[in-house]
Design a protein around this ligand. Structure first.
Ligand SMILES: Nc1ncnc2c1ncn2[C@@H]1O[C@H](COP(=O)(O)OP(=O)(O)O)[C@@H](O)[C@H]1O
Ligand SMILES: [Mg+2]
Length: 373
C-alpha cells in the first residue's frame, strides 16, 4: 500500500456542468488502476465545500453518477508537516491529514476548467492532471482561444465580440457591430461557458436582441459568430514526447435539434449519432488530426484536450470551433472513446495522464526560484 501513488480525484464543482462531472468522476474512479494508485474521492459541492468521500461506499453503490453526501468530512488542501501537500480536515472528523501525490481534476466549466482550480493546485504545490493556469484560462475563453488559433494559421469562423458594458450603454450600437459583415444564421454564445448553455441559433435579426439578453445572463463577454453549414468533427489529443492525436469522430445532432444544444447533449438519449471514426477521406482525417495538435500547441495545453472543429460542407475546409481542456470522461464521452479507438484503453489512458502530471511537476520543481548572482 505504502508505495502506491495517492491520487485525489476531484469532482463536482461550482459550474453548470456539476452533474456532468459527477458522471465523469464515477467512470474515472471505476477505471483508475487500483494496483498502482490509492484513490481518494474528493467532491466540491455547489456551495464550494470540499469533502472526502468514502471510496468503498462509492464502489459498492456502482452508481453512474456520484452522490455528494452531506456528512462526508470537509477538507482543505494544505501543506502537511513534512512540507508535502496534504488533505487536512476542517473540523474534528477523525480523518486526515493525508499526504497526496497528485490531483486529477475531473471537473468541467468555469471555475473548474478555466485556471481557477489549477491556480489553487499550483499554490498548493501539488502535481495535477491537465493544462496549467494559462492554457486552461485561454482555452475556456472562446474569443482568446480563437485569436491564438488564428495567429497560428488555423482557420476559425468569423465572429464579433460584445461586452455587457457596451451592450448596456448602447444596445443599438452593439447590435449594429454584431451584425456587420455577418449573414444569418448567426450563433450567439457566452464566451466562457460550455455544454451549449446560453447558446442561441439566431435566424432573424429581430431575434438577435433577445438572444444577446439571454447570453449576457451567463457572461460579460458574448460572441456573435457566423453560422456555418458544417459537420462537427472532434479529435482527442494526448500529450507525450510529441502530442498524439486520436482518430477523429463526427457528431451528428438529430435533425429535430436545431444544433448540438444542451437538450441534444444531455436530455435526449437520441440527441446525436456518433461516427467513430468520422467518415472522412484519408487526407481530411490526416488534416484534422494535424490541426488538433497545432491547436493544442498554440494554446500551450498539457496532458489532454478535446479539440472540436467544423467541416464546412460547402468549402470543404476545417475551422477550429473550441477546445476542452478537461473534456467529459463519462462512460459514453468522446475523449476516452476516441482514445480507445486509437489504441489507448481507458485504464491505460488514466495511468498515462497521472504519469504525465507527475513528470511535469518534477520538472517544474527543479526550476530555480531565486536568483543568486
Ligand atoms: N458557428 C457555428 N456554426 C454552426 N453551428 C454552430 C456554430 N457555433 C456553434 N454551433 C453549434 O452549437 C454547438 C455548441 O457550440 P460550442 O461553440 O461548441 O459551445 P459549447 O462550449 O457550449 O459546446 C455546436 O456543437 C454546434 O452544434
Ligand atoms: Mg462544443
Amino acid at each position: 500500500m505504502a508505495d502506491k501513488i495517492r491520487v485525489v480525484v476531484l469532482y463536482g464543482g461550482r459550474s453548470g456542468e456539476h452533474e456532468v462531472s459527477l458522471k465523469s468522476a464515477a467512470s474515472v474512479l471505476r477505471h483508475l488502476d487500483r494496483s498502482r494508485f490509492e484513490v481518494i474521492p474528493v467532491s466540491i459541492d455547489k456551495a464550494g465545500r470540499w469533502q472526502w468521500n468514502d471510496l468503498h461506499a462509492i464502489d459498492r453503490a456502482q452508481a453512474a453518477s456520484l452522490p455528494i453526501l452531506p456528512d462526508a468530512p470537509e477538507m482543505r488542501l494544505a501543506r502537511g508537516p513534512d512540507g508535502r501537500c496534504a488533505l487536512v480536515p476542517i473540523s474534528q472528523s477523525g480523518a486526515g491529514p493525508l499526504d497526496i501525490d497528485v490531483v486529477f481534476p475531473v471537473l468541467h466549466g468555469p471555475l473548474c476548467e478555466d485556471g481557477a482550480v489549477q491556480g489553487l493546485l499550483e499554490l498548493a504545490e501539488v502535481a495535477y492532471v491537465g493544462s496549467g493556469v494559462l492554457a486552461s484560462a485561454v482555452s475556456m475563453d472562446k474569443d482568446v482561444a480563437k485569436r491564438l488559433a488564428e495567429f497560428a494559421g488555423i482557420p476559425v469562423a468569423p465572429y464579433r465580440v460584445l461586452t455587457r458594458k457596451a451592450f448596456v450603454r448602447d444596445r443599438a450600437a452593439s447590435v449594429a457591430k454584431a451584425t456587420e459583415g455577418l449573414a444569418l444564421p448567426v450563433f450567439v454564445k457566452p464566451c466562457n461557458m460550455g455544454s451549449s448553455v446560453g447558446i442561441h441559433k439566431v435566424k432573424t435579426w429581430e431575434a438577435l436582441g433577445a438572444a444577446l439578453d439571454d447570453a449576457f445572463r451567463y457572461d460579460v463577454k458574448v460572441l456573435v459568430e457566423q453560422g456555418i453549414d458544417a459537420r462537427e468533427i472532434e479529435v482527442a489529443v494526448l500529450d507525450g514526447e510529441t502530442p498524439f492525436a486520436s482518430i477523429a469522430s463526427e457528431l451528428n445532432p438529430n435533425a429535430h435539434h436545431e444544433f448540438y444544444s444542451y437538450e441534444a447533449k444531455y436530455l435526449d438519449p437520441d440527441g446525436a449519432r456518433v461516427d467513430l471514426p468520422a467518415k472522412l477521406d484519408a487526407a481530411q482525417m490526416a488534416r484534422v488530426r494535424m490541426l488538433a495538435v497545432q491547436v493544442f500547441a498554440a494554446l500551450e495545453c498539457s496532458d489532454l484536450a478535446r479539440v472540436d472543429f467544423f467541416l464546412d460542407r460547402h468549402s470543404g475546409e476545417f475551422c477550429f470551433n473550441e477546445i476542452n481542456t478537461l473534456p467529459g470522461f463519462t462512460s459514453i464521452s468522446m475523449y476516452p472513446k476516441m482514445m480507445e479507438a486509437s489504441g489507448v484503453p481507458y485504464g491505460e489512458l488514466l495511468t498515462r495522464l497521472v504519469n504525465l502530471a507527475l513528470d511535469r511537476h518534477l520538472q517544474r520543481r527543479s526550476l530555480e526560484r531565486t536568483y543568486a548572482s
